[in-house]
Ligand binder design. Structure first.
Ligand code: B16
Ligand code: MG
Length: 218
């Protein structure tokens, strides 16, 4: 029986995945790495330093920089991203997600956050949703990022639930892999081809309702 939901943030609740992509695209241009939609999809849900490594690898440049230079580039991307967040308001909650979260709370489902982003507290506050996410996995404490199961395992633990009692909600292939490996039920929101490993697929956040989830699990 499902008792809790473990949420990704960027691309699931907040429309911020476009800002992450924009900031990475800009850095890729600067590094002389060709940006593609596939590369953009690969970066979703992946930590800041791991994302930089994927970009460098895509350009065959993984051995061209020192660790210090890599940190400098990752920091630059983050400054760019944080600048793009400056006008974030509750208008940037993805369609239907506020209603969905309120509905879950009204039905006494437990809720936690499994975002890889160190900027998650800032984003939740700007969206005025922080009160629903008292339980959060701090990505700074993780040994392994998505697709490793650790973040979703911890997302269930902080709710005192078993993985089988949780549904994980994701927009990233790496995130769906993480949920599946954690033995939770996975919802993938977005291109069903990219997210084909998910137990339940929705094309768009507006389709994510308790009713549709119950239908899909029946
Ligand atoms: P930061 P999520 C992920 O957040 C993003 O999808 C990914 O693009 C980003 O690189 C990662 O957080 C780290 O974010 O640089 O802000 O710490 O989708 O797991 O909510
Ligand atoms: Mg995401």
């Amino acid at each position: 029986q499902i008792k809790g939901f473990v949420f990704d943030l960027d691309g699931v609740i907040a429309s911020t995945s476009i800002y992450h992509a924009k900031a990475w695209h800009q850095l890729a241009d600067e590094l002389g790495v060709t940006w593609t939609d596939e590369l953009g999809d690969q970066l979703k849900g992946v930590s800041r330093m791991d994302s930089l490594e994927l970009i460098l690898k895509a350009g065959g440049k993984e051995n061209d920089y020192t660790q210090e230079e890599k940190v400098k580039y990752a920091t630059k991307k983050n400054e760019n991203y944080v600048n793009l967040l400056s006008n974030l308001t509750d208008d940037d909650i993805l369609p239907g997600m506020k209603d969905f979260i309120e509905d879950l709370a009204a039905h006494n489902y437990l809720i936690s956050l499994a975002s890889a982003s160190k900027n998650a507290p800032k984003v939740l506050e700007a969206l005025n949703l922080d009160k629903y996410f008292k339980e959060r996995v701090d990505p700074a404490t993780l040994k392994h990022g998505k697709p490793d199961p650790e973040i979703y395992v911890r997302g269930a633990e902080i709710l005192n639930l078993k993985p089988e009692e949780c549904i994980g909600v994701e927009d990233a292939a790496a995130g769906v892999q993480s949920i599946n490996a954690a033995n939770e039920t996975s919802i993938g929101i977005g291109d069903p081809e990219v997210l084909k490993a998910a137990d339940i697929n929705f094309n768009d956040t507006s389709e994510v309702t308790l009713e549709n989830i119950k239908k899909a699990m029946a």
